[in-house]
Each structure stands twice: as C-alpha cells, then as structure tokens.
Ligand binder design. Structure first.
Ligand code: NAI
Length: 343
C-alpha cells in the first residue's frame, strides 16, 4: 500500500515511521522544504537506536527508511491509496489542503486528518467526495502509542470506516471508534484531570505538590496533573481546554482556569521554558512556592483530592457513554492506552 503523509512535524514523521515499519511505501510531503529531511534524519536515529538495542533485526532500519520517499509537490501523491494529513491545526488551512488534494489523487484515495480538536465533518465538507474523509487521531509519539481514535465525519462511508480500522490494525495499532465531537474520547474525558486539579488549587484547598502526590501515590496515575501540564506545555494544554470549552457551547464544566492562563501569558510554559508550576533549573525540579497553598499533605487530604478528581473523570466518561460518543469498552481502552490511566 502507498501512504501519503502531509506535514513532517512531530506527528507526521511518527506516522510515516509507523506506516513504513508496517511495510507500506510512504510519500512524505511538507510545505517547509527542509522539514521532511529533518524528519527522515530523526527517524534514522530512532530506528538505528532500536536496531542497536536489538529491538529491530539487523538491516531492518535501512529497509524501513528505504520505503520512505520525500516528495516536493502535492502532485507526487497521486499514487497514494490513503493520505494522512498532520499539518498545522487550522481549519481553513486544512480545508484548502483537502480541496487541493482531491484534484491530485485517485477517486478512491482515503483522505484522513490527524486533527486533535477540529471538526472532521467541517474538513470533509471542503471535498466533493466527503465520504472518503475520516479522522485518524494518533497519539504522540506515534511509533510508541498504540491508540488511534477513528473519528468518521458525518459524511464518511461505512466502507471507509472499515478500511481505516483494518489499516490501523495492520499497523499494530489499537483503534477505537468515536463520534466526531470535540476532544474525541481522550481529550474530552481527561479534561477534569487538569480542570478539577486547578480548581482545588484555586480554591486554596491544597497546593501543587499535595495534589500531584495524592494522584500518583494514592490513585496510581503515572504523573500528577501539575507535573503533567508542565510537561505538555501550558500553551498546548490551555488551548485544548479553551477549544473544548468553546466547542461545547461554553459548558461551564470545561471552563479554563485563570491561573493557567496567566502562566501562558507570562511565557511560563512548563518544562520547555524552564518554569511553569515547577521551576526546572540545573537538572532539579522545585515547586514554585506561590502554588503551595492549603494545608500540609496528609493521607486524609490526599484521599479527598483523589475523590474529587477521580469522580469528575468517571463523570466525564459516563457522560461520553451516555451521549453515545463511544462504547464503554472503547472509552476504557482509550483512557488506559492513550493517557496511561491506571484503570
Ligand atoms: P508540527 O508543528 O510539529 O508539524 C506540522 C508540520 O506541518 C510542519 O512541519 C509544517 O511545516 C507543516 N505544514 C504546515 N502547514 C502546511 C501545509 N499547508 N501544507 C503542508 N505542510 C504544512 O505539528 P504536530 O505536533 O506534528 O501536529 C500536526 C497535527 O497533528 C495537528 O493537527 C495537531 O493538532 C495534530 N496532533 C498533534 C499531537 C501532538 O501531540 N503534537 C497529537 C495528535 C494530533
């Protein structure tokens, strides 16, 4: 099979690696001419590393890379059976790309978008054959994360949904099926992990280290909400919250926090800028004392924190099920595979 990938950033290069590893021929295109070359160099490093560690048979890295071709024009994607777009998260830009693609590719080529927050239906509407469009939402890093949310647009044909599901399984992924709604499963159900933690902080009930400690030690999450927001980057995390809030017609359940907004405004974006809720300096991590409110940590306080956040997560998952966004099995799969939730 020939797969076209548009956008050779973090997601596009990861998806290209997945497809080539699964024996597909990959045509990689990016508007920035040097991006595909950089992506290829990154893949070469990652694959050689896997080979050195014995996780890939000798010679396999070169074989995988030989299946990836860097192309300079959209017209070079003519041979593709399926195209996955991972360009900038902007509806107008994605729509004009999909429209332009239709005149280049075969009539049965599947057009997939990796969008996290835009309406797949709105993107598909730019096409004359919208039934071939679908959302394939991979997680970062794509070669490692098994989950893929398959989000058919309102117009997507059943046959395309089945083909996408089969393809993802052939690539070793675990697909879940989700309605085209804001945040799909993971980015919707996970909102209270951040939102409720921020509320607990803003109310002055507990500080960031107490909340992070409770959620890791007592509830078994890999990271606490504040350490995780610092890792994701407040610009990214805040934008997702804002987008979900606006997309749900300003449902107060998803309301963003001023505390996080101020961090974004101050450029304190988390790990990548050296400072967020924590301060990262010379290899050490210290909490910023201004976010150390509330009483000192005790197991009783920790249990209270866990109950508040976990109950909100359960509520969100139950709500997604109630509205038929996905099956309960797929919601559980998505939350355990997509964000490593303990249950
Ligand atoms: P990125 O910024 O790393 O890469 C985007 C690439 O697209 C850049 O190389 C850029 O030059 C290229 N590009 C921009 N406009 C283009 C156009 N009109 N035509 C061709 N190439 C164009 O972005 P990233 O993080 O890889 O995200 C890409 C998409 O994947 C976005 O829609 C994002 O929402 C989605 N996504 C991102 C995840 C993440 O964790 N970063 C996770 C899942 C989805």
């Amino acid at each position: 099979m020939t797969i076209g990938i548009i956008g050779a950033g973090s997601m596009g290069s990861g998806i290209a690696q997945v497809a080539a590893t699964a024996d597909c021929r990959v045509l990689l295109y990016d508007a920035a001419t040097d991006a595909p070359r950089r992506a290829l160099a990154g893949m070469e490093k990652a694959l050689t590393n896997l080979e050195t560690k014995g996780k890939l048979p000798a010679g396999e890295a070169a074989a995988i890379l030989s299946r990836i071709e860097l192309v300079q024009e959209l017209s070079a994607l003519k041979a593709a059976d399926c195209i996955i777009e991972a360009i900038v998260e902007n509806l107008e830009v994605k729509k004009s790309l999909f429209k332009a693609l239709e005149s280049e590719v075969s009539s049965d080529c599947i057009l997939a978008t990796n969008t996290s927050s835009l309406s797949v239906t709105a993107i598909a509407a730019a096409c004359t054959r919208p039934e071939r469009c679908i959302g394939l939402h991979f997680f970062n890093p794509a070669p490692i994360m098994r989950l893929v949310e398959i989000a058919p647009a309102l117009q997507t044909s059943e046959a395309v949904v089945r083909q996408a599901d089969t393809l993802m399984r052939q690539w070793g992924k675990t697909p879940v099926l989700v309605k085209d709604t804001p945040g799909f499963i993971v980015n919707r159900v996970a909102r209270p992990f951040y939102g409720e933690a921020l509320r607990i902080l803003d109310e002055g009930m507990a500080g960031i280290t107490a909340i992070d400690r409770a959620m890791t030690e007592l509830a078994g999450f890999r990271m606490g909400p504040f350490a995780l927001m610092d890792l994701i980057g407040h610009d990214v995390n805040y934008t997702v919250t804002e987008t979900v809030f606006q997309s749900f017609f300003q449902d107060p359940r998803y309301r963003p926090s001023f505390t996080q907004k101020r961090l974004v405004e101050a450029g304190r974006l988390g790990r990548k800028s050296g400072r967020g809720f924590y301060i990262y300096k010379d290899g050490t991590t210290e909490p910023d004392s201004r976010y150390e409110t509330g009483e000192a940590y005790s197991e009783a306080l920790g249990q209270h924190i866990v109950r508040r956040i976990v109950v909100m997560l359960i509520n969100e998952a139950a709500d997604a099920l109630f509205w038929g966004i996905a099956s309960k099995e797929d919601i559980d799969l998505a939350m355990t595979l997509g964000v490593n939730y303990p249950k």
